[in-house]
Ligand binder design. Structure first.
Ligand code: H79
Length: 481
């Protein structure tokens, strides 16, 4: 009996030791990992999200518009009758094109039909909350009257500043404006792809001053802009300029408090882009979602993020011929729903013709998205990740700081019943179609947190539609993030 007791006590001791090991070894490993964090001078400087009012506003946008407009819009993807197979705004890089001829295109840039108020009205009707315009793309041509370059709109037959009236018109409609600026510059004599010689470094040093001057100028000229959208930062020369890009970002934010800059500008001490050597995001939001959308919340690491999307398969600037598949309005609406459901903003690109006219397909897309937004924008603006398990019928979004969850339905099951699985402790008080709030939908509890919501018989939709769920008990629980 005594023996048995000590045997049991020994077993207990072994068990406790085992528990101790289980509990503390992982945390010891984690601590060791923390210690091995690489020390960086030019890595991420912030833990977690930016929590100020400007970033809160950015987070609430839901839908944005991108505009690519420049000298490439004159060619529309064609040179001497030959079709360029790449993105239309990349045509200067095509071997078929003599660079000097491309660089003379500014002598033909004369957008007589450019009416900024009409552009802004179209955007307003589409329901976008922010717009990003190419001030300078990779070809180096500046759409504003820059004092630091002669390759600008001032020397085109049009002469007038494009950016100033655009910002004014969009701001008048209540739409925030962001400026796209390409760091890569095919036209500037001091641009270098890599820094292999002393001469390269000296030239690139001059180029960096030019960039700083132009960006300062843009902020001084257009004080209402909310942020920069940087691009063309993938070359070795820029990857070796981590210290500069870091100081540039800090400087721009100092002279323009609240300025928003995505994760595409900087490189860290080792040339890592977007995320530093410790895996931390640089910049205010993830800017890597170009023509692609994350599938799960884990894919965005809890960061703020934005997806920029073309309507055709590829190509941002105007192309005479849209190649490949063009996204239908329903496809774009579903993409927007997916983005907002994962806490991101969705941005649709437009590439107007050189004369300032939007192509009919884009006008139609903007109109149709706008029609949908007018009925359903509750499920898009100021919404976030709901934390509920994704279901095959579509996407959940949740109104920030409110007990409202939206179901954006893109596929109606033949059964007519929509399954939901909410976070524990959260229950649905009522469900109704956003379009007819007075008629409550029937719900059936299956098990804790799992419900079926039944659609009225005979309901058929040609577009995604929205069901609002009013949540009860949400105060006592935290949303599952
Ligand atoms: O402005 C639009 C595009 O023109 C621009 N970003 C959007 C918003 C863009 N250009 N290129 N890319 C996006 C990605 C392509 C990168 C590549 Fe490359 C450049 C592939 C080949 C040349 C990176 C650099 C990989 C090799 C060199």
């Amino acid at each position: 009996m005594i023996l048995k007791k000590s045997y049991r006590q020994n077993l207990k001791k072994i068990f406790h030791l085992f528990l101790f090991t289980l509990l503390f070894i992982p945390s010891a490993i984690a601590q060791a990992q923390v210690k091995t964090k690489i020390s960086l001078l030019h890595g991420s400087h912030r833990e977690g999200k930016r929590m100020d009012a400007d970033m809160a506003r950015w987070r609430s946008y839901g839908l944005g518009q991108f505009i690519h407009w420049g000298l490439y819009s004159i060619l529309g993807g064609k040179w001497n009758g030959q079709q360029y197979n790449g993105a239309a705004e990349w045509i200067r890089s095509w071997k078929e094109i003599p660079k000097r001829e491309y660089d003379s295109l500014y002598l033909k840039f004369d957008p007589k039909e450019f009416r900024p108020a009409e552009w802004a009205a179209m955007a307003k009707k589409m329901g976008v909350k922010y717009m990003t315009i190419t001030t300078k793309h990779h070809d180096g041509f500046c759409l504003w009257q820059s004092n630091f370059s002669t390759y600008t709109i001032s020397n085109s037959p049009y002469k007038n500043d494009i950016i100033d009236p655009l910002i004014e018109a969009y701001n008048k409609e209540g739409i925030d404006v962001y400026l796209y600026y390409s760091i890569l510059d095919w036209h500037h004599p001091d641009w270098r792809y890599d820094l292999k010689t002393k001469e390269d470094s000296m030239a690139f040093c001059r180029y960096k001053s030019f960039v700083k001057n132009q960006l300062t100028e843009l902020l001084q000229k257009y004080p209402s802009v909310k942020g920069f959208w940087f691009d063309g930062t993938w070359d070795e020369s820029w990857k070796k300029s981590g210290a500069f890009s870091d100081s540039l970002e800090q400087y721009l934010k100092k002279i323009h408090p609240g300025l928003i800059i995505g994760g595409r500008l900087r490189a860290d001490d080792f040339g890592n882009r977007h995320f530093d050597a410790n895996g931390e995001m640089m910049g205010d939001y993830e800017q890597g979602w170009e023509r692609k959308i994350p599938k799960t919340y884990a894919d965005v690491h809890g960061n703020d993020w934005e997806c920029v999307m073309t309507i055709p398969e590829n190509g941002w600037g105007y192309s005479q011929k849209w190649m490949g598949h063009w996204k239908t309005t329903n496809e774009l609406l579903e993409m927007m729903a997916q983005c907002v459901s994962l806490g991101g903003n969705f941005v649709v690109n437009f590439g107007p013709e050189a004369n300032g006219i939007f192509r009919p397909e884009e006008i139609k897309t903007a109109r149709e998205i706008g029609e949908w937004m007018r009925q359903n924008d509750d499920a898009i603006y100021n919404c976030e990740y709901a934390g509920w398990e994704k279901q095959d019928w579509g996407y959940f979004t949740k109104k920030r700081n409110e007990n409202k969850v939206y179901m954006i339905i893109c596929n109606i099951p033949v059964s007519g019943s929509l399954k939901i699985r909410s976070s524990a402790g959260i229950d649905v008080a009522k469900a109704f179609l956003l379009q007819s709030p007075e008629k409550l939908l029937t719900m059936e509890n299956i098990e804790n947190g799992v419900k079926f919501i039944y659609l009225p018989e005979g309901l058929s939709f040609k577009k995604p539609f929205v069901i609002e769920l009013d949540i009860r008990n949400a105060k006592q629980v935290t949303w599952n993030k």
